[in-house]
Design a protein around this ligand. Sequence first.
Ligand code: 6GU
Length: 244
Amino acid sequence: MRIDVVSIFPGYLDALDLSLVGKARRDGLLDLRVHDLRDWTGDRHRTVDDTPFGGGAGMVMRPDVWGRALDDVLEGASGRQVLLVPTPSGERLTQRTVEDLATYDQLVLACGRYEGIDARVAERYAAGGVEVREISLGDYVLNGGEVAALVVVEAVARLLPGVVGNPESLVEESHGAAGLLEYPVYTKPPTWAGLDVPEILLSGHHGNIARWRRDRALERTVQRRPDMVAALPAAQLDKNDRAV
Ligand code: 6GU
């Protein structure tokens, strides 16, 4: 997969040299390119923004600069492409969205700053046949789209074939198929700070362990994410679940 990130702060994306994503890039599994939006400015001051039509606080990013940048990075690749625009007014990014994004040939992330990007940019590419998705991380405000780009790249990259060493790690996890949060996990030592690892996990009884984990996952989800419990299909609950 190819991912292009365009930003006025390309240094924000330096962390993508590290860890799993860094290794995926070095192994040739992910072709990630980070670009400085100012490379597509034409004036001495390398201007990317201007005052909003209609008035109001802050600055808006100019569509002409973004248009030159996005034309270049979209024309530089082929296959299924999607233009992602991080914004607090976008659709919420979920694991389902991430799984869908992992099927594209190219993701282009347009990281806005200030009060956002002139709305004609999304409109123009959508009208030109490019799939455009405005995405939000959640209900809070960040200063720009760079952190969302980090999130998208990391969440998508770990789904690409060969990136996560043990593909079983991708199966049993929070926001996975079960529709529940993950159960608590423990390792050695069996006693630490006066706290014991739950005895059942040391029992070697796989059936009991599986039931215990499901109970703890349900308990957590009820307490922390009642919205997820409400969304569970009734068929996914068994009679033991109802006792929890
Ligand atoms: Cl994607 N961008 C900004 N600026 N703020 C956010 C966000 C994105 N998601 C949540 N807050």
